[in-house]
Design a protein around this ligand. Structure first.
Ligand SMILES: NC(=O)c1ccc[n+]([C@@H]2O[C@H](COP(=O)([O-])OP(=O)(O)OC[C@H]3O[C@@H](n4cnc5c(N)ncnc54)[C@H](O)[C@@H]3O)[C@@H](O)[C@H]2O)c1
Ligand SMILES: [Zn+2]
Length: 348
């Protein structure tokens, strides 16, 4: 099923039109403990909806929470003609999407992302899931929402760190798209965000993800482009977690993008002016993830065991330049070591 992504500065009007046109016998809204208070009151069209609340944060993306949502849907008599509205960040849209996709073999759902990461990544693309037995997104389904309503309305209450985390995924999309989109994003000043400009940039950014996902909905090939920045980023994220100092995923992606831009420069001649512009933006807005040479063996080991790597080889998406990407590059130990050295020179 094709999902429709709608962009609006009036979420209530857009949502209310969809609900009125849908002839649903029940409307439910899944929110977390933050979005229930920060976002739900801005949507009077959901006044009569059954509210299902889940605790906020990654720790609640579990089978227990999912069971609670199924139970609540059953208790309010939901059928295949009922609608679930997922109102929240990636945790709510991932878990709520799975709840809707599995309840009575699937009921319609709408994603209303309230975080930038949710809007640019989690709520679009049709992947749902929960964490299981210590593995992230271990249980899930490809299940697109009928509609995704994208707006910047809810972002003013987002902590700056959450905004920056989502922005890193936008940077990734821009680098896959064109140098023009890339440099446009680098003009962003997080101390005075223009939410109208951000909505326009989100539209461009989501379109890039949609184009890639459309070519490869079940992640067999071209969708690997979206892994840009993530081979190294995941290694930074996993190392930080193992050291007991977790870092936000988006920050890991920002530092991963710099390192993979260095690799792209070394291997595919990625232009140095694009590399320096990226590194300088990341350094001033995200700071640095500190590593030393002693950390390299651990980082390389994580990269070799990344689920995208085949036969223990490190696999990356790289760029000839912004907008011209190449998937499935096998990276040698020497190249990754050189790239980590240069990352430290540029950012650390
Ligand atoms: N399905 C996919 O393709 C996909 C892609 C990327 C990420 N994800 C998943 O998304 C999740 C991360 O998403 P996230 O960063 O949105 O996390 P999140 O949903 O936990 O939201 C982050 C925090 O912000 C709060 N929040 C939400 N909206 C707010 C608002 N408007 N104002 C103030 N606070 C608000 C939340 O309550 C939470 O505490 C991860 O579980 C990740 O696996 C999925
Ligand atoms: Zn990511």
């Amino acid at each position: 099923m094709q999902q429709q992504v709608l962009y609006t500065s009036n979420v209530n009007a857009t949502l209310s039109t969809i609900i009125e046109g849908g002839n649903y016998n029940a409307v439910m809204v899944l929110a977390d403990s933050n979005t229930r208070h920060l976002a739900l009151p801005q949507l009077p069209c959901l006044e009569n909806a059954t509210v299902i609340e889940m605790p906020s944060g990654e720790a609640s993306k579990t089978l227990d929470t999912l069971t609670g949502v199924w139970r609540a849907m059953q208790q309010c008599g939901a059928t295949r003609h009922s609608l679930l509205v997922n109102l929240g960040g990636g945790v709510v849209t991932d878990l709520g999407g799975l709840a809707a996709a599995t309840f009575k073999r699937g009921i319609p759902f709408i994603n209303v992302p309230t975080t930038l990461l949710g809007a640019v990544d989690a709520a679009v693309g049709g992947k749902t899931g929960i964490n299981f037995m210590g593995f992230k997104n271990e249980i899930g389904a490809f299940a697109p929402a009928c509609h995704v309503i994208v707006s910047t309305t809810f972002f003013p209450t987002l902590p700056e760190q959450e905004l920056k985390a989502g922005f890193a995924e936008m940077l990734k999309h821009a680098m896959l798209s064109s140098s023009e989109s890339f440099f446009h994003l680098l003009d962003t000043d997080f101390s005075c965000i223009n939410y109208d400009t951000l909505l326009d940039q989100l539209r461009d950014s989501i379109k890039i993800k949609e184009d890639i996902v459309r070519q490869d909905p079940h992640e067999q090939g071209p969708r690997k482009a979206l892994n840009l920045g993530h081979t190294v980023g995941h290694a930074f994220e996993a190392k930080a977690l193992a050291d007991g100092h977790p870092i936000p995923h988006g920050y890991a992606v920002a530092w991963g993008l710099v390192t993979e831009a260095v690799l792209s420069h070394l291997i595919l001649n990625f232009p140095s002016h694009q590399l320096y512009a990226l590194a300088s933006f990341v350094k001033s807005n995200y700071g640095a993830f500190h590593i030393t040479c002693d950390d390299y063996p651990h980082l390389l080991d994580i990269m070799r065991h990344d689920k995208k790597s085949l036969a223990g080889e490190i696999n990356c998406t790289l760029l000839h330049s912004c907008g011209d990407y190449s998937i499935n590059n096998t990276i040698s130990n020497d190249d990754i070591t050189a790239a980590l050295d240069i990352y430290r020179d540029l950012v650390d």
